[in-house]
Structures are given as structure tokens and as C-alpha cells.
Design a protein around this ligand. Structure first.
Ligand SMILES: NC(=O)c1ccc[n+]([C@@H]2O[C@H](COP(=O)([O-])OP(=O)(O)OC[C@H]3O[C@@H](n4cnc5c(N)ncnc54)[C@H](O)[C@@H]3O)[C@@H](O)[C@H]2O)c1
Ligand SMILES: O=c1ccn([C@@H]2O[C@H](COP(=O)(O)OP(=O)(O)O[C@H]3OC[C@@H](O)[C@H](O)[C@H]3O)[C@@H](O)[C@H]2O)c(=O)[nH]1
Length: 346
């Protein structure tokens, strides 16, 4: 009898191929993109996670030490098959297999970053080194959320990315602003020396739902004070300016930067500029016309003016903010009313 296999005809002996694991066809276990978000339990991070999770092809891993963030911000994703939450401090190395890293971990409110300045600078320097080491090992693209604070108390106004800044290297804010400047340096050195794909966003003041109620930042302070019927505390002189970006605009800008071809640094912020007195008056008008505005002491090295030049973001990313301060404040008020358990004060 002819041996079928001898003439290359394997018909008789051929076994069917092994059945692939059913997981191969599950959308949950075949993500196109595994994304690490450090600081993902915080304010901006948790909104970024919400947006990334909308895409069924993304698997999202959050690493956070809960210093200023909370599991509460991520509660709708806990237990989801495409989501993982790790209690982890970025000053320690992290071994995970990912394609993209959004590196946000760092306290952002001045009262929190000044609380333990040595830890803040370690988070910025050692934390960023660890995340760059991870990016290098697994070939991931990494985005750093730097800050407008790298411009310090700026002498150029508005601030373009080409401005090198006016930062006090030994002041009480230095753990944060110099920390972020070193983090930017590390990003570029890893890029030049090791070819790591980097993205740097310089974020300007961002506000929105889920900010910590007693976070200490100006928008959350004023809204909480207005809802509690307490005086709005404007720190002297009150003529200092900031430009406030709503968090949904910020998240869209960060994703646009990560997905595009530009390393940055690129300013992401809303150029609408307000003095702190103007902000207090707007909060009073929109939220509680009965509250007082009270002038209080300021802290050292408070930048006197801040407004992003977003020409690069517009031209290179096709991004610009959409939500005006006047429209964003009521969205934040709703969230604060729920969390404070209070009703409208009008
Ligand atoms: N919100 C803004 O106006 C603004 C402006 C400029 C830059 N940024 C940057 O954006 C990022 C997010 O800011 P945010 O406003 O969401 O602040 P946030 O404080 O709400 O979030 C920071 C998150 O990082 C976590 N974290 C802090 N140190 C950590 C560590 N060592 N290891 C692991 N996790 C750690 C915190 O627990 C928190 O969840 C920060 O990098 C901040 O510097 C924010
Ligand atoms: O109750 C308050 C709180 C703050 N302020 C003033 O409001 C201005 C903004 O202060 P915030 O604490 O909100 O934030 P800052 O702009 O100083 O720093 C922020 O900058 C960009 C990010 O990197 C950080 O989120 C944060 O450091 C300051 O001039 C401050 O003096 C008040 O007038 N009243």
C-alpha cells in the first residue's frame, strides 16, 4: 500500500490544527494597545483613563500610590476585564509589558507638593527615571505631563515653548518646578541617547469635576467656599493671572499629543486669562452671590502672570480648547454639590 506521506500527500494522516484558545477571539484579551497611566487615580489621570477606556481596543493599567488620588475616581472601571489598578509608588521600579506610558504621577497642588518636598522631587526625578527605564526595556512611547511652572514667574507673556523660564532653584516651589524641569531633561536625554519615543506636554492650570475638595488649588477652593457659604480667599495682590483649561479639553490634547508625531514640549492649556479677583467675581456671580471676597496672605514665589501661547498645539496637533471658564465652572459645581451634599445657594 502506498505511503501517503511519502509522496507529500498528508491527507490521510493530517490532524486538524489545534483549536485556538477562545481567548484569542475575545476583544478583552486581544487589545491593540496596552497603556500604563501613572497617577491615574488622580484628577486628570482618572479622566484620561475614562477616555482611553472608551476605546474597546485599549487595555489600561493604572499605577498610583494614592497620595492625592483615590480609588473612588476609578470605581466604575474596577473589575473591568480591560482595566487593572496597581498600588505602586513610581519611585520604585515597575515591571509591566505596555505599549504606551502616560506618566502623570506627581502631586500637583502646591499645598500637597510642598508638604513633602523631598518626596516630590524624588517622584519627579527617580519616578521619571524608572518610567523611562520601563519605556526603554519594553519599547513603549512615553508622555510626561510637565507643567507651565517650568516657566516660573515668567518675564515673557504669553509663554511660548521656546521660553526658558524664570525659576527660583532654591525656593519652596522648586521641588515641583525644578523637578519637572529635570524630568523634561531626562526625557530628552533618553530620547537622544537611547532613541526612546517621547512626548512632553506642558500643562497649564486645569480644573473640573473630581478635583479634591480641599485640594488647595484656586478653582476648587473658590467653588467649595461658595457652596459652603464661606468667604472666597483671594491671595494678595489678586491681580496675578492664570489661564484655566477644562479637564475634557486637556485629556483630548494629551491623547492628540501621544498619538501624533511631535515630541514637544507643547503647551496644552486655555489662553483665556483671568486675575484671581476676576475668577472670584465669576464664581460669586455663578455659584453664590451672597458670599464675600476676602483678601488673604500669599505664599512665596507665586507667579504673577501665566497664559499659554498655544500656536504649536494648534498648528502641530490641530488641538485647541473648546470649553470657556464660564461654561466649565457650573459643571464642576454640580460635582462639588453632590460630593459636599449641598444644594444650589441662589
Ligand atoms: N491640574 C493641573 O492644573 C496641572 C497643571 C500642570 C501639570 N499638571 C500635571 O498633571 C499631572 C496630574 O495632575 P492632577 O491635577 O491630576 O493632580 P493629582 O494630584 O490629582 O494627581 C496626581 C496623581 O499622582 C499620584 N502620585 C503622586 N505621587 C506618586 C508616586 N510617587 N507614585 C505613584 N503615584 C503618585 C497621586 O496619588 C495622584 O493620583 C501631574 O503630573 C501634574 O504635575 C497638572
Ligand atoms: O484660595 C486660593 C488659592 C490660590 N489662590 C491664588 O490662585 C493662583 C493659582 O493658584 P493654584 O494653587 O491654583 O495653582 P498655581 O497656578 O499656583 O500652581 C499650579 O500650576 C500648574 C500646575 O503644575 C499645578 O497644578 C499647580 O502647581 C495663585 O496666584 C494663588 O495665589 C488664591 O487666590 N486663593
Amino acid at each position: 500500500m502506498a505511503n501517503n506521506s511519502a509522496n507529500g500527500d498528508h491527507q490521510a494522516t493530517k490532524k486538524p490544527p489545534p483549536t485556538p484558545s477562545p481567548l484569542r477571539f475575545s476583544k478583552f484579551f486581544q487589545p491593540n494597545m496596552r497603556i500604563l497611566v501613572t497617577g491615574g487615580a488622580g484628577f486628570i489621570g482618572s479622566h484620561l483613563v475614562d477616555k482611553l477606556m472608551e476605546n474597546e481596543k485599549n487595555e489600561v493599567i493604572v499605577a498610583d500610590n494614592y497620595f492625592t488620588g483615590s480609588k473612588d475616581n476609578l470605581k466604575k472601571w474596577i473589575g473591568h476585564p480591560r482595566f487593572e489598578l496597581i498600588r505602586h509608588d513610581v519611585t520604585e521600579p515597575l515591571l509591566v509589558e505596555v505599549d504606551q506610558i502616560y506618566h502623570l504621577a506627581c502631586p500637583a497642588s502646591p499645598i500637597f507638593y510642598k508638604h513633602n518636598p523631598v518626596k516630590t522631587i524624588k517622584t519627579n526625578v527617580i519616578g521619571t527615571l524608572n518610567m523611562l527605564g520601563l519605556a526603554k526595556r519594553v519599547g513603549a512611547r512615553i508622555l510626561l505631563t510637565s507643567t507651565s511652572e517650568v516657566y516660573g514667574d515668567p518675564l515673557v507673556h504669553p509663554q511660548p515653548e521656546s521660553y526658558w523660564g524664570n525659576v527660583n532653584p532654591i525656593g519652596v516651589r522648586s521641588c515641583y518646578d525644578e523637578g519637572k524641569r529635570v524630568a523634561e531633561t531626562l526625557m530628552f536625554d533618553y530620547h537622544r541617547q537611547h532613541g526612546i519615543e517621547i512626548r512632553i506636554a506642558r500643562i497649564f492650570n486645569t480644573y473640573g469635576p473630581r478635583m479634591n475638595i480641599d485640594d488647595g488649588r484656586v478653582v476648587s477652593n473658590f467653588i467649595a467656599q461658595a457652596l459652603r457659604g464661606e468667604p472666597l480667599t483671594v491671595q494678595v495682590p489678586g491681580t496675578q493671572t492664570r489661564s484655566f483649561c477644562f479637564v475634557s479639553d486637556m485629556v483630548n490634547g494629551l491623547i492628540r499629543l501621544m498619538e501624533g508625531e511631535q515630541t514637544g514640549p507643547i503647551n496644552i492649556g486655555n489662553p483665556g486669562e483671568f486675575t484671581m479677583i476676576e475668577l472670584a467675581e465669576m464664581v460669586k456671580e455663578l455659584i453664590n452671590p451672597n458670599v464675600e471676597i476676602k483678601m488673604v496672605e500669599n505664599t512665596p514665589d507665586d507667579p504673577r502672570q501665566r497664559k499659554p501661547d498655544i500656536t504649536k498645539a494648534k498648528e502641530l496637533l490641530g488641538w485647541e480648547p473648546k470649553v470657556k471658564l464660564r461654561d466649565g465652572l457650573p459643571l464642576m459645581e454640580e460635582d462639588f454639590m453632590l460630593r459636599l451634599g449641598v444644594s444650589k445657594k441662589k
